[in-house]
Design a binder for this molecule. Structure first.
Ligand code: ATP
Ligand code: MG
Length: 158
């Protein structure tokens, strides 16, 4: 169903505000003027954003910030989740969307989790006909960006 992206992002930010506060972190939502409503399976997109924001929270130190942003591109609406967290080493980035893949077992084990979040995120984006990518600088932060197309063709969701 056609959904204003600002509503989706503000709801996610609200869901995480308590956990963010507990870590002295801040979360902001920036939606470019004129971004159109997007056809989406709302439950799936909520799940996808929960995965990405929980990563941003989990892999950041106290005092960090998370930014949820949306803008219009020629491929559709681009939505990004950016953090100022611990980042991902270059050698791990290309495998990061694989099931069960986690960076450096030692660091990952202490965090808890299964290594499925990003692979599920990618499946949800693909079901919407879009693409997802991750950019990261080790020690500086990470940005995950996905595109939701505005045209609905052969949707993988109802
Ligand atoms: P799960 O999401 O299943 O609870 P997980 O968070 O370990 O477990 P993914 O979300 O798939 O699994 O992420 C895979 C790995 O990528 C993580 O273990 C972590 O090492 C790294 N990672 C993911 N997001 C970030 C991020 N925002 N900053 C730093 N590292 C990240
Ligand atoms: Mg995760």
């Amino acid at each position: 169903q056609l959904t204003p992206i600002i509503d989706v992002l503000e709801e996610v930010a609200d869901r995480f505000s308590f956990q963010m506060q507990q870590k002295q972190m801040s979360i902001a939502v920036i939606v470019e003027r004129g971004v159109p409503e997007v056809p989406m399976d709302r439950d799936q997109i909520d799940q996808l954003l929960d995965n990405l924001v929980s990563n941003a929270l989990k892999y950041s130190n106290e005092g960090g910030s998370v930014t949820l942003a949306a803008s219009l591109t020629e491929k559709g609406v681009a939505i990004s989740v950016e953090d100022t967290g611990i980042g991902i080493p270059k050698k791990d980035i290309e495998r990061i969307f694989e099931r069960f893949y986690r960076v450096e077992k030692g660091r990952a084990r202490s965090m808890g989790g299964t290594g499925l979040g990003l692979s599920i995120a990618r499946e949800i984006v693909k079901a919407h006909g879009g693409d997802i990518e991750l950019e990261s600088e080790f020690g500086k932060g990470t940005r995950v960006t996905f595109i939701l197309p505005l045209v609905q063709e052969e949707r993988g969701y109802s």
